[in-house]
Design a protein around this ligand. Structure first.
Ligand code: S3P
Length: 471
């Protein structure tokens, strides 16, 4: 198991820097590339563990995926070109893989089983399965409505109009993906705007997508055509360095080609309301996604704010890093309307509050949010709870703490931001990655044994261990 040890920075963060490709867009590129006709080429695709889980699902269904660095070529086989997988599909830690693939496999004529790691196996899945069952899919969940998800073969699905009971782009996307296999128009109505990548990418791949007053509709059974797409840098990964640059005096950092799709970049609006300012350089469109080179300079001092709950879905993954900014601001920050954070890779309300307390910040945990009193981070030890965004957020807290901060259990960071530690060091953060040999072995052992019978046999695992030792 690895840990981060972060020392207070004594100089500003600088550079042009580009963080890896967008995770949400990368998952969708792999999905649509696989069910399109012909080749798709994706540049700057995120090759974190979560997107690998999605790629492996399609490889298991007979799709050829070639990878050179972060450029990926997918040989799509059309809407009905997937082969039945021989084994259950392991989604690892990735909620996006599990929920979006549930929608896709709901429309197939073969059985699929989706399962995940301990964290994913505790996350609610009825929110996706309920509308899919209404469309005619036959799906089983565990007694607690969690994974494993068993999706039985379906002859045909019926289109539906589904009003989202919870603001969730994953649920919206699952319904639209299932709708691709139904005759007619499938619609999703949302009362709060969530990320719109599924609709915009489906349009790029040739599907007729209509949007009106919070309702998005797609035409089922449209054949998609392979595309060449350059994936923008991930706003959610950039967010850690945006806050780090605002908080570290003397910083002047430009984050290049970063996605600023308004359904994703609510954090900038909140940070601006708190007193931060940004330069949006070279604004342009990459495909249908708005990007810019975002210049961030350190700010004299942020002030606490009451965050409008209607903006939360556009910054749902950025609440932990916003909490770090709020803890360093003058006054109080009030977060409400975030109850769904309790259903993420960890209970993010709880893990954020415990981390803040460990660093001597006063915080009140509420059912649907938290109230943070700005102060000074002390040094200390924080647990990531196995959650990548918690690990990276508290690494940034360490850069402005009064003494070093250790964040335990940070292997999870590679689900969304492989190379985080190197990028952090490149821009001037003082971050070390530490691991004890025994911890490293036992972590890998658990991981390997988790795969036995699901993906690899012991013989294959022993071969991998030998390779690791020799290489
Ligand atoms: C995602 C949607 C969000 C977000 C997740 C990625 C997506 O989840 O938290 O990291 O790619 O659709 P919810 O749909 O559960 O809000």
């Amino acid at each position: 198991m690895k840990n981060f040890r972060i020392y207070p920075s004594n100089s500003g963060l600088t550079g042009p820097h580009e963080v890896p490709g967008d995770k949400s867009i990368s998952h969708r590129c792999v999905i649509f590339g696989s069910i399109a006709n012909g080749e798709s080429n994706f540049k700057n695709l995120l090759l974190g563990e979560d997107v690998h889980a999605t790629m492996n699902a399609f490889r298991a269904c007979g799709i050829q995926i070639d990878q050179t660095d972060n450029n990926v070529k997918i040989h799509g086989k059309g809407l009905f070109g997937l082969k039945p997988p021989e084994r259950p599909i392991h989604c690892g830690n990735s909620g996006t893989s599990m929920r979006l693939l549930s929608g896709l496999f709901a429309g197939q004529s073969f059985e699929t089983v989706l399962h995940g790691d301990d964290s994913l196996s505790a996350r609610p899945m009825l929110r996706v399965v309920k509308p899919l069952r209404l469309m005619g899919a036959s799906i089983e969940l565990s007694e607690s409505n969690t994974a494993p998800i068993v999706i039985h073969p379906t002859r045909h699905l019926c289109p539906i109009t589904w009003k989202l009971p919870v603001a969730s782009a994953q649920v919206k996307s699952a319904v639209l993906l299932a709708g691709m296999f139904a005759y007619g128009q499938t619609s999703v109505i949302e009362s709060q705007l969530t990320r719109n990548h599924t609709g915009t990418l489906l349009q790029s791949f040739g599907c007729d997508v209509r949007r009106r007053n919070g309702k998005i509709s797609i035409s089922g059974r449209t054949e998609l055509t392979g595309q060449d797409i350059l994936v923008p840098a991930d706003f959610s990964s950039a967010a850690f360095f945006i806050v780090a640059a605002l908080l570290n005096p003397g910083s002047d950092l430009t984050l290049e080609s970063v996605g600023i799709n308004p359904t994703r970049s609510g954090l900038l609006t909140v940070l601006e309301a708190m007193g931060g300012s940004f330069e949006y350089l070279n604004k342009r469109e990459l495909g249908r996604e708005l990007v810019c080179d975002l210049r961030v300079r350190s700010c004299e001092g942020l002030s606490g704010t009451a965050v409008d709950p209607s903006i939360i879905p556009t910054m749902i993954d950025e609440i932990p890093i916003l909490a770090i900014a709020a803890a360093a601001a003058k006054g109080q920050t009030v977060l409400t309307g975030c109850a769904d954070l309790r259903n993420k890779e960890s209970d993010r309300i709880q893990s954020t509050c415990r981390g803040l307390e460990a660093l001597n910040i006063s915080v009140q945990e509420n059912a649907d949010g938290m109230i943070i009193d700005g102060g000074q981070f002390s040094g200390g030890t924080v647990d990531s709870y196995g959650d990548h965004r918690i690990a990276m957020s508290f690494a940034i807290a360490g850069s402005i703490a009064s003494s070093p901060v250790v964040v335990n259990n940070v292997d999870c960071v590679s689900t969304s931001f492989p190379g985080f530690a190197r990028c952090a060091a490149d821009i001037g953060l003082k971050l070390e990655v530490t691991a004890s040999a025994w911890n490293a072995f036992s972590h890998r052992y658990n991981w390997w044994s988790g795969w036995v019978g699901q993906k690899y046999s012991w013989t294959e695992i022993v071969a991998e261990v030998r390779l690791e030792i020799s290489g």
